[in-house]
Ligand binder design. Sequence first.
Ligand code: NDP
Length: 419
Amino acid sequence: MGKALIIGCGGVASVAIHKCCQNSAVFEEICIASRTKSKCDALRDKLSGTTATKITTAQVDADDVNQLIALINEVKPDLVLNLALPYQDLTIMDACLATGVHYVDTANYECENTDDPAWRAVYEKRCAEKGFTAYFDYSWQWAYEEKYKEAGLTALLGTGFDPGVTSVFAAYALKHYFDEIHTIDILDCNGGDHGYPFATNFNPEINLREVSANGSYWENGHWVETEPMAIKREYDFPQVGKKDMYLLHHEEIESLAKNIPGVKRIRFFMTFGQSYLTHMKCLENVGMLSTTPISFQGQEIVPIQFLKALLPDPATLGPRTVGKTNIGCIFTGLKDGKEKTLYIYNVCDHQECYKEVGSQAISYTTGVPAMIGAMLVMNGQWRRPGVFNTEDFDPDPYMEALNQWGLPWVVCEDPELVD
Ligand code: NDP
C-alpha cells in the first residue's frame, strides 16, 4: 500500500519496525533513518529475508529541518513516523509540512534546553495560565492545526500506549458503554523485573524527567498540582497482583480533558518499587537529574545525559526482564441514567515480547500502537486534514488492530475502583 519513513532506531522504533515488517501488505517499503546509521543497518540486516517489506536506511540529524526535508524529498514516503525523541517533534512536523507528507508520533513536544530564555518565557506563561509545570504540553503541536488543515495533511499525535491506546480506550468507552464519562483513572503497572538495581524501561532522560516532576490531575475544569510522588495508592492489578502506584502528570490528561465532554476528573498512576524511588531520589539529590549543562574538565556536560550513558540501554533489557505489564483505564459515569463503571486494560508478558521481537514489554506496548496509528493514517481510515490525538478518531479499527497485532484487551464491568 505505501512507504513510511521511520525516524529513530531505539527501543520503541525497533518494535514498530518489526511490526511494520509483519504487516508488509500496508508497509510495502520503509526507510529507517536515525542519528546513528549503524543501528538502522543492523536492524535492516536482522529483518531482511524475514519480510516482504523493502527496507532502506539513512543517516539524519532530526534537529535539522533542512536535512529532514532533503531526506523526505529523496525517500518520498507517504508518511513520517517519528520515533526519535520529543525534542525533535517540531522540526519533523515542519519538514512534513514543507514536503507534503503525513506525520505520526508517540510523545508530545518537550524542549531539550529548558534554560533557553525564549522557550522559558512561553513555558512560564503557560504554567501561570494553565496551572501545571511539566516541561511538555500539547500547545506547541496543536498550534500546527491550521497549517496541516490547509496543506490537507494529517498529524496524528501520541500513538503509543500511554498516550495512545489509553485515549482510544476512552473514546471506545464513550462510544459503546457510556452516555457520559465522569472520571478516568489511567493505571500503568509494570510488574516486570530486569534484575538490575536501577534501570529505566525507556529513554532514561525522558523517563526520569517525567517521573521526578510534580504530579498533577484534572478536576472540575482545572489542574491540581502535587509534589512529586505525593499521592500513593495500592492496586490489585489483574494478572500482576498488588502494587504501589503514584500519581504523575501525564500528557494524555491534557488532551482527554479537552476531548471527553463533561469529564470531571482525570488522574494517571504509575507503579514504582521502593528501590527505584530511593535510587531516583538519591540521583536527584546529588544533581544527576539536572538538565542544566555544567563544565567538567574543560568540557560541557548535561548531568542527566551523562547519567543516561551510565545506565543500561533500555533496548538491552529484553532478555533479562520477566513478568507482566498491565496498562488500562477505569471509567465511571452514566449509561441510561444509571451509574456505570468500566475497566479496559491490556496485559503484556515481557518474555513473550522478547521471543517475538527481541524487546521487553515497555517498548512493545509503545511500538505496536505506533505501527497501528501509522497504518490507519496510511490506509486512510484515520486520515483527515489537521492535528489530532488518538481519541479524535473512530476507536473501532484501532481496537480491532490491537487484538490483531499483539495487544489484546480485556473489558471488566465490575472493577475495583481507586479511591
Ligand atoms: P531511545 O532513546 O531508545 O531511541 C531514540 C532514538 O532516536 C535513537 O535511535 C536515537 O539515536 C534517535 N535520535 C535521538 N535524537 C536524534 C536526532 N537528533 N536525530 C536523529 N535521531 C535521533 O528512545 P525510546 O525508543 O525509548 O523512545 C522513543 C520515543 O517513544 C520517545 O519520544 C519516547 O518519549 C516515546 N515513548 C512513548 C511512550 C508512549 O506510551 N506513548 C512510551 C515510551 C516511549 P541514537 O541511537 O543515535 O541515540
